[in-house]
Design a binder for this molecule. Structure first.
Ligand code: PLP
Length: 396
């Protein structure tokens, strides 16, 4: 197939795209083609408007009154906006802290619910922070961290396992793990399951209730477009909300924070997983960006990002194979998340060179180029543009 045939198809696919209008809700510089939403989502127009109002009205004019008028309610309110995106019910998700801290809280809570068990099972290729956090939880409890490749997780779970943790969409390959099987096996052995949904939330449908998972954590700044440093979130299954304990007992997780009691009493429900003061500006930015998801179905988001990554791979097969690239993502779109990973020996230089041409993707050592596609703003023409630049690699 020729470049012009792909160009015609890109135009047709974009014309038929029912989500195309969403791109107008973002303020992406005209000279940028953006493939890094799996790392930092671009700015939404609503975030800018809401932050402007927060700074000029809520902070400047209303000052400390804004805590009661609005800000205190934000972590739960935003959690409830994230809940449908991960298939959770109301009041089981809270927006707070960062993913690392939330993972720590979830693992500590899980381990406390399984006294006497001696192991934590983790995907050995998990994002490093997950490994570091799990190791610290294991060390604090005198447990062993059993780290195995994703396909061996189910076999590594036993009656010794307190908790299993893995990232649903692998941050390098975009491989989607079999969340149903892993969760089921964990439960069959009496262990608890914590999923990291960093590369899932806002890109790949997930159903926390149907899967019957115990805990989940995820990022607000990737596919949710909350902005740099946007708060993360934490999910706790309704059946565990009263028994799971918060290891970082702070005043925001107290039953009555403004009574200033000296003894800690956990708040009811998911609010006990708060620790300290919310980052109001980041929360506001995230809340504004989440409005986009109000009228978007995750199935449509998924169908479009599968179309984008599959279209890119078709062009890859036609023009890029044999040019030093090595596909590191699954070919099957059903087990491929929303990014495509390509190995390339000089990947770092290539990504830097692309950036000078306004094409922003990212690089992960030692040789991985990650190209993130978001259904909310990327087009098939973007995919074509990227492939064209990659095909002229010798000219870069
Ligand atoms: C899978 C995964 N988990 C956790 C994190 C880190 O999250 P945080 O910086 O919010 O702690 C990342 C960041 O990219 C990630 O990809």
């Amino acid at each position: 197939m020729s470049w012009s045939t792909f160009a015609d198809r890109a135009v047709a696919l974009d014309a038929a795209d029912s989500l195309a209008h969403l791109r107008l809700l973002f303020d992406i510089p005209k000279d940028v083609v953006y493939f890094d939403g799996n790392s930092l989502g671009p700015m939404t127009i609503r975030s800018r408007e809401v932050l402007d109002h927060t700074i000029n009205v809520e902070w400047r004019e209303r000052l400390i009154r804004s805590w009661n008028e609005d800000w205190l309610a934000m972590p739960l309110r935003i959690g409830n906006k994230i809940a449908p995106i991960i298939g959770a019910v109301t009041d089981t998700v809270i927006a707070c802290d960062n993913t690392s801290i939330n993972l720590h809280k979830a693992l500590m809570a899980a381990v406390a619910l399984r006294p006497g068990r001696t192991e934590i099972v983790i995907d050995i290729n998990n994002f490093p922070t997950d490994i570091y956090i799990a190791q610290s939880v294991a060390d604090q409890h005198g447990l062993q961290l059993v780290a195995v490749p994703a396909e061996e997780i189910a076999n590594a779970i036993s009656e010794r396992t307190a908790v299993v943790t893995a990232t649903h969409v692998d941050y390098r390959s975009a491989n989607i793990l079999d969340s149903a099987t892993i969760t089921r096996v964990a439960h069959q052995h009496g262990a608890l399951m914590v999923w990291d949904l960093a590369h899932t939330t806002g890109a790949v449908p997930f159903n926390a209730v149907e899967l019957d998972i115990d805990f989940a954590v995820g990022c607000g700044y990737k596919y949710l477009n909350g902005g740099p440093g946007a708060p993360a979130f934490m999910y706790v299954a309704p059946r565990l909300l009263e028994s799971a304990s918060q290891p970082l007992q702070g005043w925001w997780g107290h039953a009555l924070p403004f009574e200033f009691e000296l003894a800690y009493r956990p708040a009811d429900g998911i609010s006990r997983f708060l620790t300290g003061t919310a980052n109001v500006l980041s929360m506001k930015s995230l809340e504004a960006a989440l409005e986009i998801f109000d009228n978007v179905s995750m199935d449509d988001v998924r169908a479009k990002n599968q179309s984008l990554t599959s279209f890119f791979l078709e062009i890859y097969d036609e023009f890029l194979v044999g040019q030093g690239f090595d596909l590191r993502s699954p070919r099957d779109p059903d087990v491929r998340g929303s990014h495509v990973a390509l190995g390339y020996s000089d990947g770092k230089v290539l990504v830097e060179t692309l950036a000078t041409q306004g094409i922003l993707a990212d690089f992960r050592p030692p040789d991985l180029i990650r190209v993130g596609f978001s259904a909310l703003y990327n087009t098939h023409r973007d995919a074509l543009e990227l492939a064209k630049h990659l095909s002229h690699i010798d000219l870069l």
